[in-house]
Design a binder for this molecule. Sequence first.
Ligand SMILES: CC(C)(COP(=O)(O)OP(=O)(O)OC[C@H]1O[C@@H](n2cnc3c(N)ncnc32)[C@H](O)[C@@H]1OP(=O)(O)O)[C@@H](O)C(=O)NCCC(=O)NCCS
Length: 153
Amino acid sequence: MAIPFRLRPAEMKDAASLLAWRNDPATREASHNQDVIGLDAHIKWLSNSLNKPDLRLLWIAEMDGLAVGTCRADRLEYAWEVSWTVAPEVRGKGIAHQMLSKLVHNFNEPLVAQVKPDNIASMKVAERAGFVLDKQENGVLLYIYPSTPSIAD
Ligand SMILES: CC(C)(COP(=O)(O)OP(=O)(O)OC[C@H]1O[C@@H](n2cnc3c(N)ncnc32)[C@H](O)[C@@H]1OP(=O)(O)O)[C@@H](O)C(=O)NCCC(=O)NCCS
């Protein structure tokens, strides 16, 4: 039987998990800002994020009721920019793929994602969810997810 998996909106009660995942070394390595984030700054960031759903959307992925990862979408002028993190203790099990394949169905608009070229797992996850490599800019791979599914889909 399939293990229940869902994406739900993040809440303030998720602050500790989100901070731990954000400060994990591999997450920092994959991020533009690689600084360790402190608790106060994180709480402020999360509270602001949850209060601006027109600009930022945050989800928690739950597997069998346990928080196993997060996805985020930031409003750009022409698209939403998405990013994702799996809890360090459950990486290597295909969870990012499950998160992203659910996430893309929440949008009717184009999505973009930035992936560093050494992040092979994220490149694979993005491509498997339907993202297409658009270009490489400033050392980062820019992926796009078209707003209209192709006929083959
Ligand atoms: C990157 C990340 C999201 C991947 O999540 P995950 O669910 O654990 O991914 P998996 O380990 O199951 O790997 C996904 C795919 O990449 C493949 N893969 C993983 N590491 C690989 C490597 N070094 N070389 C080649 N393939 C690799 C897996 O085999 C899998 O392929 P498959 O779908 O064909 O089976 C997770 O490691 C993470 O949160 N990292 C830190 C934050 C981060 O990088 N976020 C993304 C920013 S763009």
